[in-house]
Design a protein around this ligand. Structure first.
Ligand code: C2E
Ligand code: MG
Ligand code: MG
Ligand code: MG
Length: 279
């Protein structure tokens, strides 16, 4: 009967909810031990100057290789780490590793900027700026080699607190990028009140360029440039998008069409191949 079918559907729904909850709690337990067990690794996706083609920077992207589950994508475990608060120690590990890698590159004579993703909870944490300062000091790095990527919700939740934090980071020489711009709750008007350096246009808009000739992206770039912001396009997957972005004056770009996220040794090889800058 329909009634019986409804009951079965409900039972099935409850069972899958419980399974989901168990999976969530299990993942949270696993995350607690992942740092100590050395299951995390950073990958590095190149960012290229779209006008000259030069490799300019990398974005550090966290990878988790679970011994039983295999690779767990960040879109799966970052939200869990944020809910349970584990993102704070994990984020500290990421910053430490990013600085360690910058140190190795500088020791090899390779000067490059590295962008690191920062979760909203991590940014809101009272010790955040001093932990960044400590990591720079630990590896004897100038802040200017580090860029921190914050999304709109991290920046907009408390505009005044954000402004203070960003000013403190800028005093260290660290630059700040707005990640996934256009997907969250912000506007360029709000951003004008925050000392950010870079706008990262979300992949969603880069995808949409296939259908709309890029007028929207072109106006974002024009406004960002008027505000003295550098623009990075995310998720460039095709030659057509690359060409359009170049034409409308986008500064930097990253995406599978240009380069995948790389292991540290591959990223180093990319830097070694890089044509020396003239002048
Ligand atoms: P995000 O910061 O916006 O990073 C860009 C994501 O797009 C990365 O996914 C990257 O691998 C992917 N991507 C790059 N090029 C392309 C492309 O051409 N096409 C498509 N479809 N995707 C592309 P990933 O590595 O899976 O990371 C997902 C998200 O997880 C990141 O988005 C970021 O929000 C978060 N995340 C990654 N690493 C960290 C970290 O160390 N800390 C924190 N808090 N979040 C992180
Ligand atoms: Mg990012
Ligand atoms: Mg992004
Ligand atoms: Mg994104």
């Amino acid at each position: 009967s329909a009634k019986q079918a409804g009951k079965n559907a409900l039972r099935f729904f409850e069972a899958s909810m419980n399974a989901e909850l168990d999976a969530q709690q299990d993942l949270e337990r696993q995350l607690h031990r992942a740092v100590e067990r050395g299951e995390f690794e950073l990958n590095y996706q190149p960012q290229f100057d779209l006008q000259t083609g030069e490799l300019r920077a990398f974005e550090a992207l966290l990878r988790w290789q679970h011994p039983r589950l295999g690779p767990v994508p960040p879109t799966r475990f970052i939200p869990v780490a944020e809910e349970g608060g584990m993102i704070v120690p994990i984020g500290c590990w990421v910053i430490d590793q990013a600085c360690a890698q910058l140190r190795r590159w500088q020791d090899a004579g390779l000067q490059v900027r590295l962008a690191v993703n920062i979760a909203p909870l991590q940014f809101a944490h009272g010790d955040f700026v001093s932990s960044v300062e400590a990591a720079l000091a630990r590896y004897g790095l100038e802040g200017s080699f580090l860029e921190l990527e914050l999304n709109e919700s991290a920046l907009m939740t408390d505009l005044e607190a954000s402004a203070r934090q960003l000013a403190a980071l800028r005093a260290l020489g660290v630059s700040v990028a707005v990640d996934d711009f256009g997907t969250g709750y912000s506007s360029l008007a709000y951003l004008e009140r925050l000392p950010v350096n870079t706008l990262k246009i979300d992949r969603l808009f880069v995808d949409a360029m296939r259908n709309n000739q890029g007028t929207l992206v072109a106006s974002i770039i024009a406004l960002a440039h008027a505000m003295k912001l550098q623009v990075v396009a995310e998720g460039i997957e095709g030659a057509d998008q690359l060409e359009a972005l170049r034409r409308i004056g986008c500064d930097l770009g990253q995406g599978y069409h240009l380069a995948l996220p790389l292991r540290a040794d591959e990223a180093t090889a990319g830097l070694l191949e890089r044509a020396p800058v003239s002048g």
